[in-house]
Design a protein around this ligand. Structure first.
Ligand code: PFF
Length: 443
């Protein structure tokens, strides 16, 4: 078996893991959740859950991954010492593959929208319209293209593929999002958006629906519980301080969600000021894909043709967000195929990308019945439940000395830190109890 890959630099890991975390969930999911769940009230609950619940679970994955130096199936098998760990690892692997199967369809749409504006700029109106009209042919072609992009990076390995591309793309992402926010802030109506974003409706802050949405959003956004962060953690050098790496990733992800709100919510209100409907008669936000693929495009339409750069920049931003996340998803089953089935990376990537593509195509051809179902099953059920199970694993089954040893690697003073004192206890009692409680309330 070939040697395991490793991130070559600290910043390389941070940008790759932040790239995994920062995705459509931040730029699209978070702002839509905010807009439909009481504005800043949702932001507040989200912040609390992200730090109190998601960050500790993120650390479980990074630590388990680095300690066992293997994919989730082997790592949980070794941790539990029995088949239960193997089964949980496999469920994680299947969940992440199913997440990738719908994510790639949406990724394909984003590519079509980006190309749409190029076609418009070139005066190719028919092509431009075809690109954004919902249809099986279009969906199939662009889902395939999205898989090709993803696989082309993953087949080059950890440092030459994932790390290299994350280090190139993420700084570009940060730059584009800042420029877009500045631009949108200058438009009429943006002020109302900032007010809506920053004014909380506290009356709904204890609403179980809001809390469960915030929890799901936090798990999805930090790419938790499905093995992604575990695999990335397994590529971190033993010389690195993993606690501070984890903080970097969590803070970047959470900040970018909040920053994306500063872009999307004002943009929605600018669209409204231009006569586009954003809330339906019942007063709720129009459906979330409607937001991305109809509200914002209608906003872009109201801009003069010289501003075509704005929608192109926006959808480029989305493509970066989607690709740096999808490579992390594909890496989970790929690492499993390489390590447990002795495939070369190239073969493993092709085989697995091809198989998940098939699932995507099944969803495309049964869109009405499968698309929403797969999203709900993976992100609202599987992810939080796996989060519950793996915090129980780490809290109750993982030998305390092993945990403490792992935290100390690359961080000799760890024993005097707060994390060291609190986290093992926290992950044992608080995390499982909180997740279970929220589940129970949501039922
Ligand atoms: N965190 C990504 C986002 O916010 O879009 C989605 C994601 C990536 C979920 C990787 C799960 C995963 F394993």
């Amino acid at each position: 078996m070939a040697a395991r890959g490793q991130f070559s630099t600290r910043i390389g890991f941070i940008l790759a893991a932040a790239g995994s975390a920062i995705g459509l969930g931040n730029v699209w999911g978070f702002p839509t959740n905010v807009a439909s769940n009481g504005g800043a009230a949702f932001v507040l609950v989200y912040l609390i859950l992200a730090f109190l619940l998601a960050y500790p679970v993120l650390m479980v994955e990074l630590l388990v991954g680095r300690h066992y130096q293997s994919n989730p199936v082997n790592a949980y098998r070794k941790l539990t010492g029995n088949i239960i760990g193997t089964i949980v690892g496999i469920i994680g692997l299947l969940t992440v593959s199913m997440i990738l199967s719908f994510y790639a369809i949406v990724g394909g749409w984003i590519v079509t929208w980006c190309l749409h504006y190029f076609a418009m700029a070139l005066g190719m109106t028919d092509a431009a319209n075809w690109l954004v009209a919902f249809g099986n042919t279009r969906n199939v072609i662009f889902t395939i293209i999205f898989f090709v992009l993803t696989a082309a990076i993953v087949r080059n390995g950890v440092s030459e593929g994932i790390e290299k591309w994350s280090t190139r793309l993420m700084p570009l992402f940060f730059l584009i999002i800042v420029l877009l926010i500045i631009y949108v802030a200058t438009l009429d109506g943006a002020g109302a958006g900032f007010r809506a974003y920053l004014t909380p409706d506290f009356s709904i802050i204890t609403d179980p629906e809001l809390i469960i949405n915030a929890m799901g959003q936090a798990f999805f956004s930090l790419s938790l519980a499905v093995g992604t962060m575990l695999v990335y953690g397994s590529y971190i050098s033993k010389k690195e301080n993993i606690v501070s790496l984890g903080i970097w990733v969590a803070v970047l992800d959470i900040s970018i969600a909040i920053v994306a709100g500063l872009l999307i919510i004002p943009a929605m209100y600018v669209a409204q000021a231009n006569g586009v409907q954003i809330y339906n008669e019942a007063g709720s936000l129009i459906s979330s894909d409607g937001l991305l693929f109809s509200v914002l495009p209608s906003l872009f339409e109201t801009m003069t043709s010289t501003a075509i750069i704005v929608p192109i920049a926006f959808f480029t931003l989305m493509i970066i967000a989607a690709v740096t996340s999808s490579i992390s998803m594909l890496e989970v089953p790929v690492s499993f195929a390489i390590e447990n089935h002795n495939l070369t990376r190239n073969k493993a990537t092709m085989l697995i990308a091809g198989s998940i593509l098939l699932i995507s195509l099944i969803i495309v051809f049964n869109f009405g019945s499968l698309f929403g179902l797969v999203i709900t099953a993976t992100t609202e059920w599987s992810q939080p439940l796996l989060g519950l199970v793996i915090s129980i694993f780490a809290g109750w089954l993982w030998h305390r000395n092993n945990i403490l040893e792992e935290i100390k690697q690359g961080n000799p003073d760890a024993a005097s830190g707060l994390f060291f004192k609190i986290w093992p206890w926290y992950i044992k009692f608080v995390c499982p109890a909180l997740i279970a409680l929220m589940f129970w309330r949501s039922l």
